[in-house]
Design a protein around this ligand. Structure first.
Ligand code: GDP
Length: 444
């Protein structure tokens, strides 16, 4: 699976921070050291790592983060935002020609997945834009290349223009463009030759083809599995050819993440698509935010943090924390907390967003009926103000009165009071530094 090592190491670093509760500057420095190593081991470009770590450290060390009640969560968010930024922030759409055809020239080293990507792109354009692309076979050096493009073209139902292997690729492109004009194709995808490494002859040929075809896009396919080498290739091609974008292939494989994270910063050119398999439908638009989620392995955890921050009143939360510590958390607070959970979409939704929880079999069977929450509220509302702030007053006769008032059985009233006390005691223990229970809950 892609990014496994990186994801695991980042999660470890966050997990250590979460266990701290209160996070100091030196904790942040330790975490940043681990994150730095994790990125370097994932084969991220050295300079990219340096800038990344510097940015995150500066943002994380501010008092706003460290003095907040959720420093670890906020640091996760900062790392995520920085990952997104490093990868270019937004998805970059394909350039379009003002008049048809839009010409896309594909380049890349042999084996990177260029020919496969031509087929995938044709299918993508057919499906998303009802396009009628013409594929031009301009790789005359690898004998099987033309045949391969024909097979790919046939499988997606796109015509292939070819002139065998004896014609100069420049001439093939010239005639192919004429054919596209005659047939009113709205896209032309040119499959150019690859080499095992960048050489002068290859570059000259590509520059000539660029002159002839005036491509709106020059997309470079690079193999994500080759890590830093992919970045070097991208840089080399970009210097010679001024590419417009990158297709990062083989992200379904055991990649370390280095290429995905470095290409944009190093070349200044966006990754536009990612290849995630050999089949023709395994091409996806590259979204930096989704990729960052994937690298962090956080699932929807970040959505949850966002939601929590929106619904989270630091002042109010500080008061609750104080009450928990002083063990004066009462039924009024309980109701407030319940309202907050409900405004975030309910406890089930929240639990499912925690990493490792979505597939938890116990959770599958968990069902929190919104009615249960309403019943609990009804019980609390039937208490007097004194009872709410001092649950110890709740003797059997008071409980019977509350049951009658709320229309719930005494048994349920008893159960709820017991649960409340258990929760209060657990929170109190956790607030005194025993975070074991919380760590388990957070899948850390
Ligand atoms: P080219 O020499 O650059 O034209 O590369 P090809 O298109 O011939 O691809 C080389 C190999 O990589 C073929 O076996 C493809 O099936 C495979 N390939 C291409 N893209 C992907 C991808 O995104 N994922 C996986 N797993 N394999 C891919």
């Amino acid at each position: 699976m892609a990014f496994e090592g990186l994801t695991e190491r980042l999660q470890n670093a966050f997990s250590k921070l979460r266990r701290k509760g209160k996070v100091s500057e030196s904790d942040v420095r330790d975490a940043m050291r681990e994150i730095r190593l994790a990125l370097l081991e994932a084969d991220v470009n050295f300079k990219v790592v340096k800038d990344f770590v510097k940015e995150v450290r500066e943002k994380a060390i501010g008092s706003e983060v460290l003095d907040s009640l959720t420093p670890a969560q906020q640091i996760v968010k900062i790392v995520n935002d920085e990952l997104v930024k490093t990868m270019g922030a937004e998805a970059v759409p394909l350039n379009k020609a003002p008049h048809i055809p839009t010409v896309i020239m594909m380049a890349g080293l042999q084996g990177a997945g260029k020919t496969t990507t031509v087929g995938k792109l044709a299918k993508y354009l057919q499906e998303n834009e009802h396009a009628r692309p013409l594929l031009i076979a301009a790789d005359v050096y690898r004998p099987a290349a033309i045949k391969q493009l024909q097979v790919v073209g046939e499988s997606v139902g796109a015509p292939v223009f070819e002139m065998g292997t004896d014609t100069d690729p420049r001439e093939i492109v010239r005639q192919g463009m004429a054919q596209a004009a005659a047939n009113h194709n709205d896209y032309v995808l040119i499959d150019t030759a690859g080499r095992l490494q960048i050489d002068a002859k290859l570059m000259q040929e590509l520059q000539d083809i660029k002159e002839i075809a005036h491509p709106n896009e020059i997309l470079l396919t690079v193999d994500a599995m080759t890590g830093q080498a992919a970045v070097d290739v991208a840089q080399g091609f970009n210097e010679q050819l001024d590419i417009t974008g990158v297709v990062l292939t083989k992200l379904d494989g055991d990649t370390r993440g280095g290429a995905a994270l470095s290409i944009r910063s190093v070349t200044g050119k966006p990754i536009k698509f990612i290849g995630q398999g050999e089949k023709m439908d395994a091409l996806d638009v590259f979204y930096p935010d989704r990729m960052a989620n994937r690298i962090l392995g956080m699932g929807d955890m970040l959505t949850l943090i966002d939601k929590a921050q929106k619904n989270f009143d630091e002042q109010q939360a500080a008061e609750v924390a104080e009450k928990i510590q002083a063990n004066t958390f009462d039924f009024n607070d309980f109701i407030d907390q319940m309202d907050q959970v409900q405004s975030m979409g309910g406890i089930e939704d929240i639990m499912k967003m925690i990493p490792g929880m979505a597939n938890n079999p116990q959770l599958k069977n968990m069902h929190v009926d919104p009615k249960d929450m309403d019943h609990m509220k009804a019980i609390v509302y039937s208490m007097t103000e004194k009872e709410r702030t001092n649950p110890e007053l709740l003797n059997p006769s008071r409980r019977r009165r509350i049951a009658a008032g709320s229309g719930r059985p005494v048994l349920e009233v008893n159960r709820m009071i017991k649960q409340f006390k258990q929760a209060r005691d657990m929170m109190n223990k956790m607030s005194k530094g025993n975070m074991g229970g919380m760590e388990q809950m957070m899948g850390g």
